[in-house]
Design a protein around this ligand. Structure first.
Ligand SMILES: NC(=O)c1ccc[n+]([C@@H]2O[C@H](COP(=O)([O-])OP(=O)(O)OC[C@H]3O[C@@H](n4cnc5c(N)ncnc54)[C@H](O)[C@@H]3O)[C@@H](O)[C@H]2O)c1
Length: 153
């Protein structure tokens, strides 16, 4: 991937996604997508209801960011970072519904050689067993898993 053509899409602009987006936007073009319309409307007005960023600091570093709740705005990204919630439910099992939706969105826009990064908390094996099948289903691409990395351990 050519460094000059990098366009990052972040899904989930909360406690993890906002600082991450503002950091990467210092160098790269970035689409910050959240499904919560109120959150996006506030961010567009430089308001962070999580109180991690003051208005002033915010304005300084957000020039490369598009805040959006429209999935289609993620279309031309080539690096996707997923930071949606994975809360524990009543049975102490992680609720994966947000992750499923995020993978489906990314899968629809994914092209060969694109990169997908998971910042959401996941248990070992979940990326291969749960996330990749959704990416493959919607992108019609095939993920090659590098087993050599695992064997070397
Ligand atoms: N990797 C790390 O270092 C690290 C650190 C802390 C937390 N986490 C994990 O990161 C994840 C996010 O944590 P958080 O504290 O930022 O949560 P948060 O609730 O502050 O933010 C999540 C955001 O995702 C949005 N969202 C939900 N579903 C979505 C979807 N399908 N598409 C787009 N946006 C969607 C929500 O509206 C919310 O704004 C959790 O799984 C958490 O455990 C990771």
């Amino acid at each position: 991937m050519n460094i000059n053509s990098i366009k990052i899409g972040v899904l989930g602009i909360g406690y993890v996604g906002l600082p991450l987006s503002l950091s990467f936007a210092k160098k790269y073009e970035l689409v910050a997508y959240d499904s919560n319309q109120t959150r996006i409307e506030e961010l567009k007005k430089n308001i962070d209801s999580n109180l991690e960023f003051s208005k002033k600091k915010f304005i300084k570093i957000k020039k490369n960011i598009v805040f959006t709740n429209k999935k289609n705005d993620l279309k031309n990204c080539n690096i996707y970072i997923i930071t949606v919630p994975t809360p524990i439910n009543r049975n102490k099992k992680p609720d994966l519904k947000f992750l499923k939706i995020a993978n489906n969105i990314v899968g629809k826009f994914l092209n060969k050689n694109d990169i997908v990064v998971y910042e959401s908390t996941v248990y070992p094996g979940l990326t291969e067993e749960f996330c990749i099948p959704y990416l493959e289903k919607y992108s019609k691409l095939k993920c090659k898993i590098n087993n050599n990395l695992q064997k070397k351990k």
